[in-house]
Design a protein around this ligand. Structure first.
Ligand SMILES: *[C@@H]1O[C@H](CO)[C@@H](O)[C@H](O)[C@H]1NC(C)=O
Ligand SMILES: *[C@@H]1O[C@H](CO)[C@@H](O)[C@H](O)[C@H]1NC(C)=O
Length: 344
């Protein structure tokens, strides 16, 4: 018994050493991965799944606490027709603009995932020769009214608080949209100081696209979790490197190591290929459960399978119009929660 315990401890120690060795090694050439920032952005991403828009807009929702406390939403955009949503606001503690995209809300996440197997690289990313992406992911950001709302929100926030850094985040489909958004801000709007950190996102383009992406966003981070199925999709075919989908770097794979009761979660910083075979690709991606929990935070809405919008009359004051099936709520920066919620 004693001996067994001792063995367990020894094995665990060597695993830990191996892993910390890896981390040290990659840290020298790798952009620093900030796990506090990852946790913070996971909380921001989780909040966008709140159904009650008044609570989200006033940042009084159940998930609007902890590391995101005191956040100020400036713009909330809901594309009802396509069931997409994003918000933009000001995080005073980080002195940054935060942009968060919601993942898919379709009836069954299972159906959405099955669909991912068949996505074609059917669209040429504008201005990047031979860079191909999936038109559906591209359009969800570029071809909906979401983009205008997000750009507007960023401009408004920066007018009020200065040219502060922009942090873009999202989960699942929202991670795909966040990626296109971050790239758009740099390529088409010439913005600097854009951070991208996503959770459980699918692949969005081919290898050429990934290498352009890496050039524009060298510090982008894609967090993947254990056996989450979505980062494995659409499939990557190792033997057709030029024809297949290819993740952009850098993946950070969260998983448990250890034996029996001695397990520890680690955040493994992967290589800069985008398709590190020792990270999530080393396991079968077969879990939906691992898709909806990241860093201990749930990434799904309370009510299943609806694009339901819950709000109260008080919110109507902040509605700035309905364009082509999109609702935008917008407020002037600096309004306190009390002012925001007071009935006039
Ligand atoms: C990591 O991120 C947190 C939250 O934004 C920040 O307060 C902290 O300074 C960062 N740490 C490093 C080493 O950059
Ligand atoms: C975006 O919308 C326009 C107009 O509806 C359409 O012509 C174009 O093909 C769409 N782009 C993509 C990538 O779907």
């Amino acid at each position: 018994m004693e001996r067994r315990r001792w063995l367990q401890a020894a094995v665990l120690m060597s695993l830990l050493l191996l892993c910390s060795g890896r981390e040290l090694k990659s840290k020298r050439q790798a952009p620093a991965y900030n796990s506090t920032l990852a946790k913070t952005l996971a909380e921001y991403t989780s909040a966008v799944y709140t159904n009650d828009l008044s609570q989200l807009f006033s940042w009084t929702c159940e998930k609007c606490v902890d590391l995101t406390e005191g956040f100020e939403v400036i713009e909330l955009i809901i594309d009802v027709k396509n069931c997409l949503e994003a918000y933009v606001g000001f995080a005073s503690d980080m002195n940054a603009v935060v942009v968060a995209f919601r993942g898919t809300q379709e009836n069954s996440i299972q159906n959405w995932i099955e669909d991912l197997f068949w996505k074609q690289l059917d669209f040429d990313y504008p201005g990047m020769s031979e860079a191909k992406v999936h038109s559906g992911f591209y359009s969800a950001y570029h071809n909906t009214t979401l983009r205008d709302g997000v750009i507007n929100g960023i401009q408004k926030t920066r007018e009020a608080y200065g040219n502060i850094p922009i942090m873009v985040t999202g989960h699942s489909m929202g991670g795909a949209m966040a990626s296109f958004c971050a790239l758009d801000l740099i390529v088409n709007y010439g913005l600097k100081d854009v951070t991208l950190l996503t959770f459980g996102q699918p692949r969005i383009g081919n290898a050429v696209f990934a290498s352009h992406f890496k050039m524009y966003l060298p510090n982008a981070i894609r967090v993947t979790n254990a056996h989450d199925i979505v980062p494995h999709l659409p499939p990557y075919y190792q033997y057709f490197p030029q024809k297949t989908y290819h993740h952009f770097p850098r993946e950070v794979w969260v998983h448990n190591i250890g034996l029996d009761s001695l397990v520890y979660p680690i955040e493994q910083i992967c290589d800069d290929s985008g398709e590190d075979p020792t990270c999530s690709r080393s396991v079968s991606g077969n879990s939906v459960q691992d898709h909806i929990h990241y860093l201990g935070i749930s990434m799904h809405s309370e009510s299943r399978g609806s694009c339901r919008i819950v709000t109260d009359d008080n919110m109507l004051r902040y509605k700035v119009g309905t364009v082509d099936g999109t609702i935008v709520f917008s407020k002037q920066p600096g309004l306190s929660v009390d002012q925001l919620l007071s009935v006039q």
